[in-house]
Design a protein around this ligand. Structure first.
Ligand code: NI
Length: 252
């Protein structure tokens, strides 16, 4: 069995300092490829460094909505430059976060639009973050009909999920799918396996039974198991489908 953790932040100290151990534990759980997702220029470069050191790590480059206010003036040139590396497989994470509003909404929107414009020009998939911003994310994504990608750590409702799929996006579930009283199992149940991905968002969002502890990529396994239970299929089928989906979206 093989699973792809389509979204993890391996550059944080807890993960980076023990990376070989962390990745071995992941292999034991059947998780053997990892997409290390950048949130600003510095950590995107770290992702690329890891991707060049480890055959089974891939990288993405982008400015997270929290970091939008601190994006360097030439960040689009830097992204265009970094994305020429073969293991830099997507633009992300980008998006909107109105829950924390660490950057002003209008700055977030600008930086989101600029990166989507670049993704469209470079024909690269995007990894987007959306927190409490369904309407604006949908509005902005609809301005870029040629751009595809993934709604990372999906946490909205079924209608929003279906609209993202109609726009050509995959839906990625993380550990919060396993949380007690979550609405997400009811959403996931209605979505076709052909459009689903799994991820950890490590070091955040540890799934049950590790909720509240620092997360690591191997725990993609628990998200996949939950998805299997929800859809009434074997873990093997979830692994095959989500891995095929990841390979196709990110040209792995
Ligand atoms: Ni993330």
């Amino acid at each position: 069995m093989e699973l792809v953790d389509t979204h993890c932040h391996l550059f944080y100290d807890d993960l980076k300092n023990d990376l070989d151990i962390v990745l071995n534990r992941a292999q034991e759980l059947g998780v053997n490829r990892f997409i290390c997702v950048g949130t600003n220029m510095e950590d995107s470069r770290e992702c690329l460094g890891l991707a060049e050191r480890y055959e089974n790590i891939y990288a993405s480059v982008g400015v997270h909505p929290h970091d939008a206010k601190d994006a360097p003036e030439d960040y689009l040139d830097q992204i265009a430059d970094l994305i020429t590396f073969p293991k830099m497989i997507a633009l992300g994470e980008i998006g909107l976060d109105y829950f924390r509003n660490i950057s002003e909404p209008d700055i977030q929107q600008n930086v989101f639009r600029e990166q989507l414009t670049l993704a469209q020009r470079l024909q690269k998939p995007v990894i987007f973050h959306n927190r409490d911003a369904d309407a604006d994310v949908l509005k902005i994504l609809s301005e870029f009909p040629d751009v595809t990608g993934v709604a990372h750590c999906f946490s909205s409702d079924l209608k929003t999920a279906k609209t993202f799929i109609d726009l050509g996006f995959y839906i990625s579930f993380s550990g919060n799918l396993t949380y007690k009283n979550s609405h997400l199992p009811d959403v996931a149940k209605e979505l076709p396996l052909e459009k689903l991905l799994v991820e950890t968002d490590s070091p955040y969002l540890s799934p049950v039974p590790y909720r509240g502890k620092p997360n690591e990529p191997g725990r993609t396994r628990f998200v996949a198991e939950k998805l299997a239970e929800i859809h009434g299929v074997t873990l093997q089928i979830i692994a095959e489908k989500t891995t095929t989906n990841a390979e196709s979206l990110f040209s792995l």
